[in-house]
Ligand binder design. Structure first.
Ligand code: DP6
Length: 333
């Protein structure tokens, strides 16, 4: 089964609809996994080996406007700058748009504005593909439900299936070969005191994409077989922590989950490390603060930046130690 088969399955005759508006736009939040997705059971459909769980970052994300252009090729703008359609990202975008042309000479103009640093492990492709799917759904008036929108977003980038929702989101791995049971669903809990701090250490593009890194990890790490078991344990712990508002359990589990993912990556060959010296220095500072009794934890994705986890009652204290920190309240309080 390939991506195009899944799109046909979901859209049916709607694939041939004409645009209902001149343009349509949509916003999708970026999401940070508290229990990570690392490794695919199907590379074509971005089907994961394990389930994962994330928190969406409120109004941090991507707003995408999509329209049909008279030009002979697609046009893509990212924060006002033309996207090079021959770059890796450009090719991924075009291949994704190909899924929705239905053998017609349709060309799209995609204009995206983001409120987060790009490609620095801040999951920008996640909100980008989610916003694009939401905007296409409006443009063509497909009227898809969130489950199907999530599946379409996953075809662009796995973690994008979680960016269809705000708040806590679980991506159930599913077991079906066509992935129709692999999508994000909201966990209906709010936690107004929960804060996420973005500690930007480096804004440069990462030198190995998460896509390539996760495949290399599966192919070469002797530790990878331990990962699904670790995720099973951490998923139940994170869900319990969310339900009981047990911040220490949430922080500890999320940090341990991220460090295990990075540890397994280090054991891949050639080794993969997203650590910069400043990343490690920040971790050590967090561990020291914790020893002094501060309830502060972190998580890290496929980049050198850290996302700090703490409660609003400690926001000022945390900010006094990390002055550049951008603090986000995912539940908008
Ligand atoms: C470390 O979703 O970017 O952020 O499916 O290949 O596009 P593709 O990968 P992607 O990987 C995200 C990896 C992660 C962990 C996570 O968000 O769960």
């Amino acid at each position: 089964m390939n991506k195009s088969d899944v799109v046909k399955l979901i859209l049916g005759e709607r694939l041939y609809y004409l645009p209902n508006h001149l343009s349509a736009n949509a916003f999708a939040p970026t999401n940070i996994a508290l229990c990570k997705y690392w490794g695919k059971r199907d590379q074509e459909l971005n089907l994961p080996v394990t389930s994962s769980l994330s928190i969406s970052l409120g109004n941090k994300g991507a707003t995408t406007e999509v329209s049909i252009t008279e030009q002979t090729q697609d046009i893509a703008l990212l924060n006002g700058e033309p996207v090079n359609l021959f770059s890796n990202f450009g090719k991924r975008l075009i291949a994704f748009l190909d899924l929705f042309r239905a053998e017609r000479a349709l060309h799209f103009k995609i204009d995206t504005q983001t409120t987060i640093p790009l490609a620095a492990g801040l999951a920008s492709s996640a909100c980008g593909f989610a916003a694009l799917v939401l905007a296409l759904n409006k443009l063509f008036h497909w009227q898809l439900d969130a489950q199907h929108l999530s599946i379409l977003a996953r075809l662009g980038s796995g973690s994008a299936c979680r960016s269809i929702w705000s708040g806590f989101v679980e991506w159930n791995r599913g077991i079906d070969a066509d992935g129709m049971d692999s999508y994000g669903s909201i966990i209906p809990e709010v936690w107004p005191e929960l804060c996420v701090g973005l500690l930007i250490i480096n804004r440069n593009e990462k030198n190995i994409s998460s896509r390539e890194a996760m495949q290399r990890t599966i192919d070469t790490s002797v530790l990878y077989p331990l990962w699904p078991e670790k995720v099973n344990h951490d998923l139940s712990a994170v869900k319990k922590a969310i339900h009981e508002k047990d911040f220490l359990l949430l922080g500890k589990t999320a940090e341990s989950n991220a460090l295990t993912m990075h540890g397994i990556m280090l054991s891949a060959w050639p080794p993969i490390s997203y650590f910069l010296p400043e990343t490690v220095a920040a971790m050590q500072k967090i561990w020291e603060l914790r020893q002094q009794g501060v309830a502060l934890y972190f998580t890290q994705d496929a980049g050198p930046n850290l996302k700090l986890l703490f409660l609003s009652s400690d926001a000022e204290l945390v900010k006094s130690h990390f002055s550049s920190l951008e603090i986000i309240s995912p539940f908008g309080v």
